[in-house]
Design a protein around this ligand. Structure first.
Ligand code: SAM
Length: 196
Protein backbone atom coordinates (compact mmCIF):
# COMPACT_ATOMS: atom_id res chain seq x y z
CA UNK A 1 0.00 0.00 0.00
CA UNK A 2 2.80 2.46 0.88
CA UNK A 3 5.56 1.00 -1.28
CA UNK A 4 3.42 0.84 -4.41
CA UNK A 5 1.47 4.07 -3.95
CA UNK A 6 0.04 5.36 -7.25
CA UNK A 7 2.09 8.25 -8.69
CA UNK A 8 -0.95 10.62 -8.80
CA UNK A 9 -1.54 10.05 -5.08
CA UNK A 10 2.14 10.53 -4.20
CA UNK A 11 2.23 13.77 -6.21
CA UNK A 12 -0.94 15.23 -4.64
CA UNK A 13 0.25 14.29 -1.13
CA UNK A 14 3.57 16.07 -1.74
CA UNK A 15 1.70 19.12 -3.08
CA UNK A 16 -0.58 19.29 -0.01
CA UNK A 17 2.37 18.72 2.36
CA UNK A 18 4.10 21.71 0.77
CA UNK A 19 1.04 23.98 1.17
CA UNK A 20 0.50 22.82 4.74
CA UNK A 21 4.14 23.55 5.69
CA UNK A 22 3.97 27.01 4.06
CA UNK A 23 0.63 27.82 5.78
CA UNK A 24 2.14 27.09 9.18
CA UNK A 25 4.96 29.61 8.56
CA UNK A 26 3.49 32.51 6.63
CA UNK A 27 0.71 33.72 8.92
CA UNK A 28 -2.18 32.22 6.90
CA UNK A 29 -5.31 32.58 9.10
CA UNK A 30 -6.12 29.40 11.05
CA UNK A 31 -9.39 28.59 9.28
CA UNK A 32 -7.75 28.88 5.87
CA UNK A 33 -4.84 26.57 6.77
CA UNK A 34 -5.03 22.89 5.80
CA UNK A 35 -3.95 21.75 9.29
CA UNK A 36 -3.46 18.22 8.02
CA UNK A 37 -1.89 15.25 9.78
CA UNK A 38 1.82 14.48 9.28
CA UNK A 39 2.70 11.53 7.01
CA UNK A 40 3.40 9.15 9.92
CA UNK A 41 -0.15 9.70 11.20
CA UNK A 42 -1.47 9.08 7.69
CA UNK A 43 0.38 5.76 7.60
CA UNK A 44 -0.75 4.87 11.12
CA UNK A 45 -4.46 5.46 10.43
CA UNK A 46 -4.24 3.66 7.09
CA UNK A 47 -2.70 0.59 8.77
CA UNK A 48 -5.31 0.65 11.55
CA UNK A 49 -8.17 1.02 9.10
CA UNK A 50 -6.91 -2.05 7.22
CA UNK A 51 -7.52 -4.07 10.40
CA UNK A 52 -11.08 -2.78 10.94
CA UNK A 53 -13.88 -5.38 10.85
CA UNK A 54 -16.55 -5.26 8.14
CA UNK A 55 -18.54 -2.04 8.25
CA UNK A 56 -18.51 1.61 7.27
CA UNK A 57 -15.41 3.80 7.31
CA UNK A 58 -15.90 7.48 8.08
CA UNK A 59 -13.76 10.57 8.64
CA UNK A 60 -14.81 13.76 10.42
CA UNK A 61 -12.77 16.75 9.16
CA UNK A 62 -11.60 16.37 5.56
CA UNK A 63 -9.79 19.67 4.93
CA UNK A 64 -8.15 19.26 1.49
CA UNK A 65 -8.36 15.48 1.68
CA UNK A 66 -4.80 14.60 2.73
CA UNK A 67 -5.71 12.15 5.51
CA UNK A 68 -8.60 10.89 3.36
CA UNK A 69 -6.08 9.82 0.70
CA UNK A 70 -4.28 7.58 3.22
CA UNK A 71 -7.60 6.10 4.37
CA UNK A 72 -8.85 5.67 0.81
CA UNK A 73 -5.76 3.62 -0.09
CA UNK A 74 -6.67 1.22 2.72
CA UNK A 75 -10.35 1.19 1.68
CA UNK A 76 -9.44 0.43 -1.91
CA UNK A 77 -7.39 -2.54 -0.68
CA UNK A 78 -10.35 -3.72 1.42
CA UNK A 79 -12.89 -3.20 -1.37
CA UNK A 80 -14.73 -0.64 0.80
CA UNK A 81 -15.56 3.07 0.57
CA UNK A 82 -15.01 5.93 2.99
CA UNK A 83 -17.40 8.77 3.79
CA UNK A 84 -15.69 12.01 4.83
CA UNK A 85 -17.40 15.11 6.31
CA UNK A 86 -16.26 18.71 5.84
CA UNK A 87 -18.05 21.86 6.95
CA UNK A 88 -16.17 24.61 5.05
CA UNK A 89 -17.06 25.11 1.35
CA UNK A 90 -13.52 26.14 0.33
CA UNK A 91 -12.08 22.96 1.90
CA UNK A 92 -14.78 20.92 0.13
CA UNK A 93 -13.66 22.45 -3.17
CA UNK A 94 -10.01 21.56 -2.50
CA UNK A 95 -10.92 18.05 -1.38
CA UNK A 96 -12.96 17.43 -4.55
CA UNK A 97 -9.93 18.51 -6.57
CA UNK A 98 -7.74 16.13 -4.54
CA UNK A 99 -10.03 13.15 -5.09
CA UNK A 100 -10.51 13.82 -8.81
CA UNK A 101 -6.78 14.28 -9.46
CA UNK A 102 -5.85 11.08 -7.67
CA UNK A 103 -8.50 8.87 -9.28
CA UNK A 104 -9.87 7.93 -5.86
CA UNK A 105 -13.33 9.53 -6.21
CA UNK A 106 -14.92 6.10 -6.61
CA UNK A 107 -13.72 5.08 -3.13
CA UNK A 108 -14.64 8.36 -1.40
CA UNK A 109 -17.97 9.97 -0.61
CA UNK A 110 -17.47 13.62 0.39
CA UNK A 111 -20.34 15.08 2.44
CA UNK A 112 -20.51 18.85 2.91
CA UNK A 113 -21.83 20.09 6.25
CA UNK A 114 -21.52 19.62 9.98
CA UNK A 115 -20.78 15.93 10.55
CA UNK A 116 -23.00 16.03 13.64
CA UNK A 117 -26.04 16.61 11.41
CA UNK A 118 -25.30 13.47 9.37
CA UNK A 119 -23.96 10.81 11.72
CA UNK A 120 -27.39 10.22 13.26
CA UNK A 121 -28.32 8.36 10.08
CA UNK A 122 -25.18 6.18 9.97
CA UNK A 123 -24.88 2.72 11.52
CA UNK A 124 -22.37 -0.14 11.43
CA UNK A 125 -19.28 2.09 11.69
CA UNK A 126 -16.12 -0.01 11.75
CA UNK A 127 -13.58 2.81 11.46
CA UNK A 128 -13.75 6.51 12.28
CA UNK A 129 -10.98 9.09 12.06
CA UNK A 130 -11.89 12.20 14.05
CA UNK A 131 -9.91 15.35 13.18
CA UNK A 132 -12.20 18.40 13.41
CA UNK A 133 -12.41 21.46 15.69
CA UNK A 134 -11.64 20.40 19.24
CA UNK A 135 -14.99 21.83 20.46
CA UNK A 136 -16.91 19.13 18.56
CA UNK A 137 -14.83 16.07 19.55
CA UNK A 138 -17.00 15.13 22.51
CA UNK A 139 -20.25 15.44 20.51
CA UNK A 140 -18.73 13.34 17.74
CA UNK A 141 -17.42 10.71 20.18
CA UNK A 142 -20.87 10.46 21.78
CA UNK A 143 -22.51 10.09 18.36
CA UNK A 144 -20.03 7.62 16.87
CA UNK A 145 -19.40 5.10 19.68
CA UNK A 146 -23.00 3.77 19.89
CA UNK A 147 -23.00 3.39 16.08
CA UNK A 148 -19.82 1.30 15.95
CA UNK A 149 -19.64 -2.44 15.38
CA UNK A 150 -17.85 -4.65 17.88
CA UNK A 151 -14.10 -4.48 17.16
CA UNK A 152 -14.54 -1.15 15.36
CA UNK A 153 -11.92 1.56 15.82
CA UNK A 154 -12.27 5.26 16.53
CA UNK A 155 -9.03 7.25 16.22
CA UNK A 156 -8.97 10.90 17.34
CA UNK A 157 -6.10 13.22 16.38
CA UNK A 158 -4.37 15.85 18.57
CA UNK A 159 -4.63 13.81 21.77
CA UNK A 160 -1.21 15.06 22.90
CA UNK A 161 -0.70 18.51 21.33
CA UNK A 162 -4.24 19.63 22.30
CA UNK A 163 -4.45 17.55 25.47
CA UNK A 164 -5.86 20.42 27.55
CA UNK A 165 -8.71 21.16 25.14
CA UNK A 166 -9.51 17.45 24.76
CA UNK A 167 -8.98 16.42 28.39
CA UNK A 168 -12.67 15.80 29.18
CA UNK A 169 -13.28 13.72 26.07
CA UNK A 170 -10.04 11.72 26.51
CA UNK A 171 -10.84 10.98 30.14
CA UNK A 172 -14.35 9.88 29.15
CA UNK A 173 -12.92 7.51 26.54
CA UNK A 174 -10.27 6.04 28.86
CA UNK A 175 -12.96 5.30 31.46
CA UNK A 176 -15.68 4.23 28.99
CA UNK A 177 -16.65 0.55 29.52
CA UNK A 178 -17.90 0.36 25.90
CA UNK A 179 -14.35 0.69 24.53
CA UNK A 180 -10.74 -0.21 25.25
CA UNK A 181 -8.71 2.95 24.70
CA UNK A 182 -5.22 4.40 24.91
CA UNK A 183 -3.26 7.42 23.67
CA UNK A 184 -0.51 6.50 21.21
CA UNK A 185 2.45 8.89 20.74
CA UNK A 186 2.36 8.98 16.94
CA UNK A 187 2.31 12.40 15.24
CA UNK A 188 0.31 14.82 17.40
CA UNK A 189 -0.96 11.98 19.60
CA UNK A 190 -3.72 9.57 18.60
CA UNK A 191 -6.48 8.46 20.93
CA UNK A 192 -7.27 4.93 19.75
CA UNK A 193 -10.54 3.36 20.96
CA UNK A 194 -11.67 -0.17 20.11
CA UNK A 195 -15.33 -0.97 20.63
CA UNK A 196 -15.81 -4.02 22.84
C1 SAM B 1 -7.50 19.63 11.28
S1 SAM B 1 -8.47 19.87 9.85
C2 SAM B 1 -8.57 18.26 9.14
C3 SAM B 1 -7.32 17.81 8.47
C4 SAM B 1 -7.47 16.53 7.68
N1 SAM B 1 -8.01 15.46 8.52
C5 SAM B 1 -6.13 16.08 7.15
O1 SAM B 1 -5.33 15.55 7.93
O2 SAM B 1 -5.90 16.28 5.94
C6 SAM B 1 -10.07 20.01 10.54
C7 SAM B 1 -11.16 20.16 9.50
O3 SAM B 1 -12.40 19.83 10.12
C8 SAM B 1 -13.40 20.66 9.59
N2 SAM B 1 -14.50 20.66 10.56
C9 SAM B 1 -14.53 21.29 11.76
N3 SAM B 1 -15.67 21.03 12.41
C10 SAM B 1 -16.40 20.21 11.59
C11 SAM B 1 -17.68 19.58 11.69
N4 SAM B 1 -18.45 19.78 12.78
N5 SAM B 1 -18.11 18.80 10.68
C12 SAM B 1 -17.32 18.62 9.58
N6 SAM B 1 -16.10 19.19 9.43
C13 SAM B 1 -15.64 19.96 10.41
C14 SAM B 1 -12.68 21.99 9.44
O4 SAM B 1 -13.34 22.85 8.53
C15 SAM B 1 -11.30 21.56 8.96
O5 SAM B 1 -11.20 21.56 7.55
Amino acid sequence: MFADMPEDVRRRMAYLEEIDARDRDDGTPRLERLRQVPPETGQFIALLSLTAPAGRHIEIGTSAGYSTLWLALACRRLGRRITTYEILPEKVRLAKETFERTGLSDVIELVEGDARDHIHGVSGISFCFLDAEKEVYKDCYDLVVPRMVSGGLLVADNAINHRDALQAMIEEALADPRVDAMVVPVGKGELVCRKR
